[in-house]
Design a protein around this ligand. Structure first.
Ligand code: NAD
Ligand code: MG
Length: 379
């Protein structure tokens, strides 16, 4: 029986992980569940999965507001709830599927407590990749990636028989604006940005897919997970989202992982690694799909991946600045305060203004994040 704690259980990744638990009750016991503020949904999940502990990270729940039949479990709130779920409640695995830089603290807490971390939250590696990878190594607990591209690369590496990858081919759907011209992209609305052609995900990552910042963050994520310099990570546009990424060997061979665009496959693989279990997702019918296409990314229209590469080369807290500035700019865009095209310009401006900040500790990283957000606010 694997005991799993899920941070961010009411989100897109969290609910799909619970779907895997539901399909394999003989395998998984849910130890802890946390959400930010969606209490009704969390109540339902607690009723079904009966964890030992549950909590809301940004909402106080007085005992008298907890339905009587749910008082069997320990209820917590605030940062303490995240900390308890990551490191105190006995568990084998911790799935970090919350959004944003809050994930960094949770990943470090979970690793320190000797947990196996299943990582969906890419911000933890983008902002504190060096701290996370060092600690994971010291604890002898390699991070299991949940992000579909990184899961694909990880799966290909399992099949590589110890041969090193020369290059990583990171695939990207190109998002809803792939074929739009510059002017139209500049004026895109939140409703248009939230319409992803292939994947159904949370709002922040969906906007990031439209701007290609998601791919920028994933280049940084891959740099840390696979210890691969950015100039050996190539982005390839693949609008069908069937090839989830690939690795290139020195003999010219390319190994790729294919599947339907459904996160239950990479989530399930991380949960049951190295085994594979039924996930409810069919294998792609290649003949029915007919054609898989690939193109070069247009970095003029979508500057985000180049900005991410620059941040990696700059080192220090530059990737934290990129991430924090992007998070603040996406929030401003969703509130309809800035046009879509302004997101990348605000990030670029923050990177210029905040060059050279250190990232030696979690304190440095939180400070760089705060300054990046403030910088975007000023416009
Ligand atoms: P989501 O918005 O659907 O869900 C986020 C969950 O975390 C919710 O349960 C929410 O209540 C909780 N939460 C949000 N902010 C929090 C905070 N500050 N503290 C505590 N809890 C918080 O998001 P999602 O799409 O499931 O994405 C989660 C993470 O996984 C993100 O880092 C995202 O980049 C990454 N990811 C998601 C997908 C996907 O398909 N959705 C794919 C790859 C990676
Ligand atoms: Mg991804």
């Amino acid at each position: 029986m694997t005991r799993i704690a899920i941070l961010g259980s009411t989100g897109s990744i969290g609910t799909q992980a619970l779907d895997i638990c539901r399909r394999h009750p003989e395998r998984f016991r849910v130890a802890a569940l946390t959400a930010r503020s969606s209490r009704e949904k969390l109540f339902e999940q607690v009723r079904e999965f009966r964890p030992e502990m549950a909590g809301l990270a940004e909402d106080d729940i007085p005992l008298n507001e907890i339905p009587e039949d749910l008082r069997f479990c320990r209820w917590m709130s605030g940062a303490e709830a995240l900390k308890a779920a990551a490191a105190e409640v006995p568990a084998d695995q911790v799935l970090v599927s919350i959004v944003g830089i809050a994930g960094l603290k949770s990943v470090l807490d979970a690793l320190e407590a000797g947990r196996q971390v299943l990582l969906a939250n890419k911000e933890a590696l983008v902002t504190g990749g060096h701290l996370v990878m060092d600690l994971a190594k010291r604890m002898g607990k390699p991070i299991l990636p949940v992000d579909s591209e990184h899961s694909a690369i990880f799966q290909c590496l399992q099949a590589a028989g110890g041969n090193p990858a020369e290059k990583i081919l990171l695939t990207a759907s190109g998002g809803p604006f792939r074929t739009w011209d510059r002017e139209r992209i500049e004026r895109a609305t939140p409703r248009e940005a939230l319409k992803h052609p292939n994947w159904s995900m949370g709002a922040k990552i969906t906007v990031d897919s439209a701007s290609m910042f998601n791919k920028g963050l994933e280049i940084i994520e891959a740099r840390w997970l696979f210890d691969m310099p950015e100039d050996r990570i190539r982005v390839v546009i693949h609008p069908e989202s069937i090839v989830h990424s690939a690795i290139v060997f020195r003999d010219g061979a390319v190994l790729a992982q294919l599947g339907m665009p459904d996160m239950r496959v990479p989530i399930g693989y991380a949960m049951t690694y190295p085994e594979r279990v039924e996930t409810g997702v069919p294998a792609p019918d290649l003949a029915a799909i007919g054609r898989l296409t690939f193109e070069e990314p247009d970095t003029e229209k979508f500057p985000a991946t180049e900005l991410a590469r620059e941040a990696l080369r700059a080192g220090g807290a530059a990737c934290t600045v990129l991430n924090g500035a992007n998070e603040a700019a996406v929030a401003a865009f969703l509130r309809e305060e800035i046009p879509f095209g302004e997101i990348a310009r605000r990030v670029e401006n923050a990177l210029e203004r905040l060059a050279g900040l250190p990232a030696d500790s979690i304190g440095d990283i939180m400070e760089a994040d705060r300054r990046a957000r403030a910088c975007v606010g000023k416009g």
